[in-house]
Design a protein around this ligand. Structure first.
Ligand SMILES: Cc1cc2nc3c(=O)[nH]c(=O)nc-3n(C[C@H](O)[C@H](O)[C@H](O)COP(=O)(O)OP(=O)(O)OC[C@H]3O[C@@H](n4cnc5c(N)ncnc54)[C@H](O)[C@@H]3O)c2cc1C
Length: 450
């Protein structure tokens, strides 16, 4: 039987794949779209609500973002907000919490004050909160004792807001994206579950054959692989992205028994450690209990809480002397070395909680070991990309576009926030390549903030 043919086939039903599926269905004249997902539901891995920090990273309290970067992230983060508002998903899957970046100690206090003045124009809603204000808004960050009688000894200040949407269940959002895609278009919008793509081949007529491990076959004019770390795995199979390797950085969380913090409290970040955004915030999927984390630990597998993928890890790491050199350069830095070692210990039973609490006390000085437990089943894996040509760890997302009708995307944090922006980038490539039309006016009206 001839395989079913599509204009565009997307591999991976996480937030990245469903965002592209939605944009193509709603705003282009593509006549047939297909989404292939390995597991039995959408977003079973990193986009699942319990796998990530649920934060819309707009750039206002992310202290590792420059103003230039924040201008870009603001645009894409607002697309998430506008999508949710368009379909009435506020207070269902998107929530508004108070949020802040907290500076602790003289140096960080000065940093936050300067940053507040620099970022105020881009984010006019930002406020500067001193100790007195913080006593009312988030008392646990102020006091050194549980009775809240003694203010912590170091100076503190925060920049923050209580007026913005901050939090999304990205797993639920991916379901909404897929649903709305299917409602928005009379084109074919097929989604097939339990369809693990095993092989992609370019055919003589410049289309692609996609084969699953079950032996099902599909053909398409354009294929986008949004399969997390497996995007690089499939790219390598086809001879693309061979200058890259993937380093899976797992992130875990610790949870309090009850409501603890009123909103998101992020800290001043170390620019050398892009995945080290330790914070505390209410978890929207755990009855508002506060989560602290994530930690960062290299894991020799590509998928958390799923069997296997050790061999896929080895293949995707693309190990050679250049990878050794990247690791060596990273570990030469004492900040990074200590961080890696400490995060390894955060996963070791019996000592993990004690050590983690020491770090989390920078946020809540009175936090005690008995107030938190390791959040079993929470967390995910960030597919950090190693660039062997530049001999560097890439700090953000990576996309391979050989220009022949294929795209492979790897999306570590904040990939969920940038899902609609990344999809827009790919949509333009697809529209040009397949000579489709794009309803830019409607797209802008719906998704782009003026
Ligand atoms: C601890 C942690 C905290 C984070 N916090 C945030 C945050 O607060 N805000 C934020 O914006 N981002 C955050 N992120 C990042 C965010 O979770 C990811 O960037 C995002 O979920 C990536 O989405 P994705 O669709 O690209 O990948 P995934 O969600 O990993 O989806 C990939 C999909 O592809 C499927 N797949 C894989 N291989 C195949 C195959 N061969 N065939 C078919 N399907 C396949 C998988 O089953 C999966 O459904 C965090 C990540 C972690 C780990």
């Amino acid at each position: 039987m001839k395989p079913k043919h599509y204009d565009v086939l997307i591999v991976g039903g996480g937030i990245s794949g469903t965002a592209l599926f939605y944009e193509l269905a709603k705003y282009t004249n593509a006549r047939s779209l297909c989404l292939l997902e390995k597991y039995e539901s959408l977003s079973p891995l990193n986009s699942k609500g319990t796998s990530n920090s649920q934060t819309i990273h707009i750039g206002d309290i992310e202290t590792n973002y420059t103003l230039e970067k924040a201008k870009v992230t603001k645009r894409t983060a607002k697309m998430v907000e506008r999508f949710c508002l368009q379909y009435g998903l506020e207070d269902k899957i998107m929530f508004s919490h108070q949020k802040m970046a907290l500076g602790v100690g003289e140096k960080e206090v000065r940093f936050i004050e300067n940053r507040y003045h620099e970022f105020k124009e881009l984010f006019p809603y930002l406020e500067l909160w001193d100790v007195e204000k913080l006593k009312a808004l988030e008392p646990k960050v102020v006091y050194a004792d549980k009775a809240q009688t003694k203010v912590r000894s170091e100076p503190i200040i925060a920049m923050g807001t209580a007026t913005q949407y901050t939090t999304v269940d990205f797993g639920a959002m991916s379901e909404a994206l897929a649903d709305e895609a299917q409602k928005a278009s009379d084109a074919t919008t097929d989604i097939f579950y339990q369809s693990q793509v095993d092989k992609i081949e370019e055919l003589k007529d410049k289309t692609f054959r996609v084969v699953t491990t079950k032996g099902d076959e599909y053909t398409a004019n354009f294929v986008v692989v949004d399969a997390g770390a497996h995007s690089l795995f499939l790219a390598h199979q086809m001879g693309y992205g061979t200058h890259m390797g993937c380093l899976p950085m797992a992130g875990s969380f610790y949870m309090t028994d009850a409501h603890f913090l009123n909103g998101k409290v992020y800290m001043v970040q170390n620019n050398k450690l892009p995945f080290a955004a330790l914070h505390g915030d209410p978890d929207i999927l755990a009855e508002g209990k506060t989560r602290f984390g994530p930690t960062a630990l290299m894991l020799p597998k590509l998928e958390r809480f799923k069997p296997g993928t050790y061999l896929d890890f080895l293949k995707t790491l693309n190990f050679d002397t250049k990878i050794i050199k990247i690791f060596w350069d990273l570990l030469k830095d004492s900040d990074i070395r200590n961080y890696v070692f400490k995060n390894f210990l955060f996963e070791v039973p019996l000592i993990n909680k004690k050590l983690f609490v020491q770090d989390a006390r920078k946020i809540v000085p009175s936090l005690s070991v008995d107030e938190i437990t390791y959040a079993q089943g929470f967390g995910g894996v960030r597919p950090q990309v190693l660039d062997k040509e530049k001999e560097k760890l890439m700090l953000g997302e990576a996309s391979i576009n050989p220009g022949n009708g294929l795209i492979f995307n790897m999306t570590p944090s904040p990939g969920a926030t940038s899902c609609l922006g990344n999809a827009e980038r790919d949509l333009h490539v697809i529209v040009d390549f397949l000579d489709l039309t794009f309803d830019e006016a409607q797209f802008t009206k719906d998704l782009i903030e003026e």
